[in-house]
Design a protein around this ligand. Sequence first.
Ligand SMILES: Cc1cc2nc3c(=O)[nH]c(=O)nc-3n(C[C@H](O)[C@H](O)[C@H](O)COP(=O)(O)OP(=O)(O)OC[C@H]3O[C@@H](n4cnc5c(N)ncnc54)[C@H](O)[C@@H]3O)c2cc1C
Length: 501
Amino acid sequence: MILDAADLNAGAVVEADLCIVGAGAAGITMARTLRGSGLQVLLLEAGGLEPSSASQALYAGEMVRRYGEDSAYLQTSRLRYFGGTTGHWRGWCRPLDAVDLEARDWMPNSGWPISRAKLTPLYRQACEVVHIPPFDGGGAGSTSHGRPILEVPGGEVETRIFHFSKPVRFGKVYRADIVDAPDVRLLAAAVTHLHTTEARGAVTEADAVTPEGKCLRVRARGFVLAAGGIENPRLLLSSDGLGNDRDQVGRYFMDHPHAGRYGQVQFVDRASAKKFAALYFDRKEDPAVGVRTNGVFVLSDRVKAEQRLQGWSVGLRRQKASKELDELGVAVGQLAGAVDTLGQDVDADPRIQLARMSIRAEQRPNPDSRVTLGDEVDALGLRTVRLDWRFTDEDAASMRRSAERFVTAVSAASLGRARLLIGPDQPWDDVKGGDHHIGTTRMASDPSTGVVDGHGRVHGVANLWVAGSSVFPTCGVSNPTLTIVALALRLAAHLRAELSR
Ligand SMILES: Cc1cc2nc3c(=O)[nH]c(=O)nc-3n(C[C@H](O)[C@H](O)[C@H](O)COP(=O)(O)OP(=O)(O)OC[C@H]3O[C@@H](n4cnc5c(N)ncnc54)[C@H](O)[C@@H]3O)c2cc1C
């Protein structure tokens, strides 16, 4: 049900068993799951039911380093109203692979405190939440449902398949579930501060402000921060550094670096390329699955381990070339059979299908890549955020070497000619993020290396949990929301048991 702030006096205390801060993918999933649990849930949403520029302006902040983004990233990469950033997500979904959760000796600070196997049944439920069919066997793969898969001989390059949510806009699709639930109260109010017991071992109450400026207090037995990967650390830092005794809050910020024009693949003949178009180029609805699907290429776990590479994937986008091929870029691999097409107008040549390589990569968890508080204060009295997103030479080198490996494999396999368009010394000014905010309250069993434990509870604070991609210790290359939903389902089940005792 909706709790109307007009019915509350300024300074009123609102009580609940569980207070969830933020109604995006994570918060709405948790609140829906806890319906009928016997717990009284209060869902606080800073922005209210509809988007507004006044609310969105409260996401403004400072971006220290730029790459292909600037400070606008802090406002364009997230939405501040009921439904959160799912108000404009694009619906790319795929689970993380097992290796993404493992400790990799070549990647410092990698390794999750939970195994991929634990997530498998949760991914199945998460697929239902975002209205996509499950991934086969609940695992990271999916069959192509009859669409031909491009097998790259040599075993170094493999296909992974995304399922596209329509996309489910949580604020629309699940509004009635929340509004009609007698045991979930939705209140339009932003949390600005968490108060604790003197020893800071538990949260006692939260300050909240309605969009009209009315100040309220919230008391609950448990609190969950589900305000997104930038606001979660901001709220902890703004609450006198709650959970930050070991200086971990806000660190390890990651996004997925994207480079949309990294290289080209020139398929030897258009007819053979056409065979694979349905899976790799087109992203049309697959009648066998009932949603759109898309194949991308990744490097095998074996190659990544041998070469000490981070996660990496490449999608192919159909390209019409207006230039002659030999004017473009740095040829890394080349195939004798295709060389005779060089120098021709490829648009005019019916034999050739050209594809642009669109790359997305995994970053290393880096403690210096971080969210801190800025010097400005916003209209609610909260210090603004300062985001120092780092894209390191190691990230760039891993991305580059992975692309070279792919290009060499495709060329060696006589599938066509592939080449990189970006030189090894190219500055990384054009790298964009994927609007994924990961790692800033990372999970770790050891409080000295993370902010929350394996269930998402803030180390040292008995009744405070965090939901969302800020808890991911590493980011893999899959988009985060399916995993956010899977972990929110897990946390809801955990709190149902924990708070019912
Ligand atoms: C353009 C775009 C495309 C994307 N496409 C994809 C995609 O294809 N696949 C994918 O997996 N992901 C995608 N994403 C990312 C995806 O939207 C996020 O991963 C997801 O929405 C995060 O869920 P969340 O619940 O953690 O945070 P959010 O959805 O951002 O929700 C956080 C909520 O908390 C509220 N809030 C914030 N501060 C407070 C406060 N102090 N008090 C109370 N409430 C507060 C906000 O108003 C918001 O409603 C995309 C993002 C963008 C911007």
